[in-house]
Design a protein around this ligand. Structure first.
Ligand code: ADP
Ligand code: MG
Length: 707
């Protein structure tokens, strides 16, 4: 019986109903789902070392025999198993120790054979391994080991027939991430079995990126490589397929937007000049350059699609406002969408102040507050008369408040919106120019992966009038000194943010933690007006809390990460972050970006008990060392890996399995070239061999202009 990728696991005879249940619970439905599971690592079990020859500090995979097992106690209870070479009952021993894993005792017993993997350490003259990975070898393996022993333990001397049936020993063995309810070796056997039943010419699902490397062979190399390098070659093929899919979408999108003829929007600079003349400061060189880049885009007959990147506090909002003023010179509406009510209000109030006396209508549209501020709701008759700026939240996406006659669409903190939402927003005009902004810088390589379809402007300079920011790591035990320092800042008229410990499980618990923190500080500073901000407040309550802090009516603001994004209160100079090691690096950088926004020296105090070398400590050191957001982004990437950074920080990127190549420039360029070649030759994807590519862009075409 031969399987196809799309066959349901239900039809596979040797999968028991219980196994099927476990597989399904982990979202494995088809043969392809199982075969596309990527091994986490590999163990080379082609030969095993003798226990005697082990060296302190080496990481090895071994086949061993259990000679005794039992509970031990020193400063902690642990389970200890004494193992040695199977054929050497009186030979050298290695002690395997499991801490905090009581279930191990139920799995291991004297007389078993194990495959183990871990780091050898010498303690008091004894060789040990702490919490090693292990697998109990069952009878089916015993035969092979005997054969192997009989042949002097030399791999490769085995007859090929024997080699071909080995799954768990005597070869390079794949190790997968665990699936609850399914033994590791059972999953491996399943992969092995399915692979054997796969036709040689099984096609790659979707578009085949490397037709000269047969897909069936690539799967074999991925799961059961014949040599240690073979899996690299296979992984590269799969990574290329993944990368190609992404780059193809990017190329498609880019061509589509370039083909759209935008309109020539910029004629004069009147409003912009008026604004610049009224500012108490000058644009930084970087801001001025970005405005020029935007102006050039707007003046061209193509639709602008530009990403504005800049470090926290670099003044992205002002650049966006300049762009909006340029856009409305020719009539029409420029709209900015922000991810939260707090931010939309802040931008609105800011713009209102900056545009005072100018002949421009400014309105705010949020879910429930359009006219609270005394602004006339939209009058369709008047819609095209006066140039107008519109600021809003997701409310702008709904039909009845979608802007009309949109000439420029600005998306603030763009990673908080999905591609579909972006499209919907843009649909409010006929090919409006588009400017998107990110909250924190991202590594350059990632910009290509995520935003390859956009042109990029970077504000790589902070305004000159900024006070210094000092970042310090402090143990909570020193709270007395911290409090007296805060007292000094308050006495000097400054304001303070206090970030409550991070609680991710629920907003309710987060609210409780923030409230506790709030009560604590009311006790410490009974004379000071203190505000409390968390995610469970209504939009009105949040606005009131922010407005009071901005107006310096409250001097301390206890907050959750709600303050993370974009909030701008230049008089605030201290930020105290509880349990700082629990936050992500980019998140901490964003939080710190709330201070150092005025001319006063500012202080970011990271509270943590993490010692050097402990998890969570390294990122705090990075933060103390640099203020540069681009550098921090690179470090975050290095510390957490691209998968995690992307997973939490960005939306619009599907599941990535081969994250190690996510930022590989050669791969990205190769995929980009392949995609371009295809689209040059067949722009509408009409050729039959390009049919699979249509599936790649299907979600793009659906996310449409309607609804
Ligand atoms: P971000 O890039 O983090 O969104 P903002 O746009 O909120 O930064 O700007 C931070 C602060 O810097 C604001 O108070 C803004 O008015 C001020 N600002 C912007 N540009 C300049 C400049 N060229 N010189 C001085 N201050 C500036
Ligand atoms: Mg901002």
């Amino acid at each position: 019986m031969a399987y196809q990728f799309t066959d349901a696991l239900e039809g596979v005879p040797d999968v028991t109903p219980r196994e099927l249940q476990a597989l399904r619970a982990a979202s494995y439905e088809t043969v392809g789902d199982v075969l596309l599971r990527v091994p986490r690592r590999y163990e080379d079990r082609r030969s095993t070392k003798a226990i005697e020859s082990l060296v302190n500090g080496e990481t090895v995979s071994l086949l061993v025999h259990v000679y005794s097992a039992g509970w031990r106690f020193s400063y902690k209870r642990y389970y200890e198993v004494s193992v040695g070479d199977e054929a050497a009952p009186h030979g050298a021993r290695l002690l395997l120790r499991w801490f905090n894993m009581p279930y191990v005792a139920k799995l291991l017993a004297t007389g078993m054979n194990l495959s183990i993997y871990g780091k050898v350490k010498e303690y008091g003259g004894k060789l040990t391994m702490t919490n090693p990975d292990f697998e109990v070898m069952e009878d089916e393996d015993a035969g092979h080991r005997l054969v192997e022993a009989a042949m002097g333990g030399i791999p490769g001397d085995l007859p090929p027939a024997a080699e071909s049936v080995r799954v768990h020993t005597g070869r390079i063995v794949p190790i997968y991430r665990g699936i609850s309810g399914l033994a590791a070796r059972r999953f491996r056997s399943l992969v092995w079995g399915l692979l054997q039943q796969l036709p040689d010419d099984v096609p790659q699902p979707g578009y085949d990126v490397a037709p000269t490397y047969p897909f069936r062979q690539a799967l074999q190399d991925l799961h059961f490589p014949a040599a240690p390098e073979a899996h690299q070659k296979a992984r590269l093929r799969f990574a290329l397929a993944e990368c190609f899919a992404r780059q193809f979408r990017v190329a498609w999108r880019r061509r589509r937007t370039q083909a759209r003829r935008g309109r020539v929007n910029v004629t004069t600079d009147g409003y912009l000049q008026e604004l610049l003349a009224s500012l108490p400061f000058r644009l930084t060189n970087a801001q001025a350059r970005c405005v020029d880049e935007i102006r050039a885009d707007m003046a061209s007959p193509h639709q602008m699609n530009r990403l504005l990147q800049g470090d926290v506090g670099s003044g992205k909002t002002l650049v966006a406002l300049c762009a909006m003023l340029l856009a409305v010179e020719s009539g029409g509406t420029a709209a900015m969408i922000a991810p939260t009510q707090i931010l939309a209000e802040q931008h609105f109030n800011n713009f209102r102040r900056l545009l005072k006396g100018m002949d421009i209508r400014l309105s705010l549209r949020t879910a429930d507050r359009a006219d609270d501020l005394g602004f006339v709701p939209d009058d369709p008759a008047e819609a095209d008369a006066t140039p107008r700026l519109l600021v809003g939240t997701h409310a702008l996406l709904y039909k009845k408040s979608r802007p009309r006659n949109l000439v420029l669409a600005v998306v603030d903190e763009q990673h908080k919106f999905g591609v579909a939402q972006r499209e919907k927003f843009i649909a409010g005009g006929e090919c409006p120019d588009v400017l998107v902004m990110t909250a924190t810088p991202i590594p350059r390589t990632l910009t290509l992966t995520l935003y390859g379809d956009l042109d990029v402007s970077v504000i790589d300079e902070l305004p000159a009038n900024r006070g210094e920011i000092v970042t310090a790591l402090r143990n909570p035990a020193n709270m007395k000194r911290i409090i007296s320092f805060m007292q000094g800042e308050l006495a000097a008229g400054r304001q303070i943010y206090i970030v409550a410990p991070l609680i991710e499980e629920s907003e309710v618990r987060e609210q409780a933690a923030a409230t506790t923190e709030f009560e604590k500080w009311r006790g410490i500073f009974p004379e000071e007006p203190i505000g409390l901000l968390h995610g469970r407040l209504s939009p009105e309550e949040k606005d009131a809390v922010m407005a009071a802090f901005r107006a310096n009516e409250t001097h301390i603001l206890v907050a959750t990460t709600v303050v993370e994004v974009g909030v701008d209160v230049p008089n605030a100079t201290v930020m105290l972050i509880n349990d700082a090691d629990a936050f992500g690096l980019s998140q901490l950088h964003q939080l710190r970006g709330r201070i150092g926004r005025g001319q006063h020296k500012s202080y970011c105090i990271l509270l943590s008990t993490a010692k050097a070398g402990e998890p969570g400590r390294e990122k705090l050191d990075v933060l103390c060392r640099t203020l540069n957001g681009f550098e921090i982004a690179e470090e975050d990437f290095r510390l957490r890996g691209p998968g995690d950074v992307l997973g939490t920080a960005q939306s619009g990127l599907g599941a990535v399995q081969f994250t190690e190549w996510l930022t590989d420039m050669r791969l990205i360029h190769r995929a980009g070239r392949d995609a371009a070649a295809i689209l040059d030759a067949d722009p509408e994807l009409r050729l039959p061999q390009h049919a699979p590519l249509r599936a790649l862009i299907a979600p793009e075409t659906e996310q449409g202009v309607t609804a």
